[in-house]
Design a protein around this ligand. Structure first.
Ligand code: GDP
Ligand code: IMO
Ligand code: MG
Length: 426
């Protein structure tokens, strides 16, 4: 059996959660492989809306096992809050959710370090989600991290204290000494949440997944963030601290590359970004505001305004290449339903030269997008049930994108609800 991967091709918030939920009935296992509570994956069905941060979006369907993989960083307090809220709304989690022993723990001091690092960067700040993601991955790579499996060890408390004390020194060096009373309070909550986490199956998830594959089970891997936020290939240094690309599913779950089957690349019919960093097709005018209002483009985690702009095909082509995308999924085209004209950036102009290849740097001001203008479809598509109903100009938009991106668009999402999803005929 193969492992399929679904991941974002832009700067996150493409609609991954919604589509993972839609595709889940076709799989036995749904797994997160990187990121942590910096993610906010929104699902809507039966008139209700849910935002998932660390728990995979397969949790609402029935019969699947959901796994938080080794590549994930987990904040026990946020995990407990998220899980409790789901249980309160009638979803029994402990039977269906498993956590890798090798996932790393976000400590209260990681969050303090995240804030202190951002402050130290001043104007050059990344605009992180403040969840302690960078410092936790830093500890992982520098071989200082605490893992979920460590909470089962007799000397966990000593390990915790050693890490905490190291962080306190780092905070002092950054000129941001911790408020010890507030920290003690946060630590008490954190320890209590660990107790709750222990009620879950904490497993060697790489064995679990590979045994499942040997038994002909299928796996859907759910990416978090997006390719342009990948620590290697994104708009560095304005990125997150994990590998959001397809290869991250291998390292973040212990899956061999040859097991990867379909790679679903998901993108919005336009483009958004939250936090700082370059964004060549960003719109600062009324059109950008119109996209933000119609698309409700406000962060699910931080509530920040998302920056909005036209679709960037140079960046998308790059993302498709890096991930080996086999199928594209286009989201939120309904947001453009009323537009007279739609623009798509097909190339960049850099120092007077036109390029279709994504460059080393897209530093603000260095890249001028080259646009093609296409006629809008001016049709409310939100209630459509099949591609046969698509207006001609929308069909043309899809055909244009498929040609530019040399990859088929197999699913189109025309609204936030589970039901507003159209699969195209193969
Ligand atoms: P994720 O992080 O990739 O899972 O995406 P987010 O949940 O952060 O952001 C996507 C937002 O768009 C959520 O509020 C979804 O409910 C919403 N959404 C998803 N698909 C569509 C769509 O096709 N049309 C509209 N209008 N909204 C959508
Ligand atoms: P989902 O999974 C959009 C952005 C932050 C910031 C940068 C680094 O919902 O698509 P971090 O806290 O990770 O150190 O922040 O990455 N970022 C996201 N932007 N969607 C996300 O997740 C994001 N996760 C992180 O805004 O610019
Ligand atoms: Mg999101």
């Amino acid at each position: 059996m193969k492992v399929d991967v679904l991941l974002g091709l832009q700067w996150g918030d493409e609609g991954k959660g919604k589509v993972v939920d839609v595709l889940t009935p076709r799989y036995d296992i749904v797994a997160r492989f990187q990121g942590g509570p910096n993610a906010g994956h929104t699902l809507e069905f039966e008139g209700k809306k849910y935002v998932l941060r660390s728990i995979p979006s397969g949790i609402f369907q029935s019969g699947q096992t959901n796994i938080i993989g080794n590549g994930v960083v987990l904040d026990p307090v946020l995990f407990a809050e998220e899980a409790n809220a789901l249980e309160a709304s009638g979803n029994k989690l402990t039977d269906v959710l498993k956590i890798s022993k090798k996932a790393h723990l976000i400590m209260p001091t990681h969050r303090l370090l995240d804030a202190a690092n951002e402050k130290a960067k001043g104007k050059g700040k990344i605009g992180t989600t403040g969840k302690g993601i960078g410092p936790t991955y830093t500890d992982k790579i520098s071989r200082n991290g605490l893992r979920v499996g460590d909470i089962l060890l007799p000397d966990f408390k000593e390990r915790y204290e050693a890490a905490r004390n190291r962080h306190l020194e780092q905070l002092a060096a950054l000129g941001a000494p911790a408020d010890m009373a507030a920290l003690a309070e946060a630590e008490a909550k954190w320890m209590e949440a660990l107790g709750y986490m222990r009620t879950y199956d904490i497993i060697d998830s790489e064995h679990f997944v590979n045994k499942a594959l040997a038994n002909e089970k299928s796996v859907l891997c759910e990416g978090a963030q997006g390719t342009m936020l990948d620590v290697d290939f994104g708009s560095y240094p304005f990125v997150t601290s994990s590998n959001t690309v397809c290869a991250g599913a291998c390292t973040g779950l212990g899956i061999a590359p040859r097991s990867i089957g379909e790679v679903f690349g998901i993108f919005k019919a336009y483009c958004t970004r939250v936090g700082s960093g370059p964004f060549p097709t960003e719109l600062f005018d009324e059109t950008g505001k119109r996209i933000r209002d119609l698309g409700h483009e406000y962060g699910a985690v931080t509530g920040r305004e998302r920056r909005c702009g036209w679709i960037d095909l140079v960046a998308l082509r790059y993302a498709i290449m890096i991930n080996g995308v086999t199928q594209l999924i286009m989201m939120k085209s309904d947001v453009l339903d009323g537009f007279d004209e739609i623009k798509a950036c097909t190339a960049y102009e850099i120092d007077g030269e036109i390029t279709r290849d994504f460059p080393y740097s897209i530093e603000e001001g260095s890249v001028k997008p080259v646009y093609v203008t296409l006629p809008g479809w001016k049709t409310d598509m939100t209630k459509m049930k099949s591609e046969d109903e698509f207006p001609e100009n929308f069909k043309n938009y899809i055909a244009f994108l498929e040609k530019e991106l040399a990859t088929p668009i197999t699913i189109v999402s025309i609204g936030p609800d589970r039901n507003q999803t159209i699969e195209r005929k193969k």
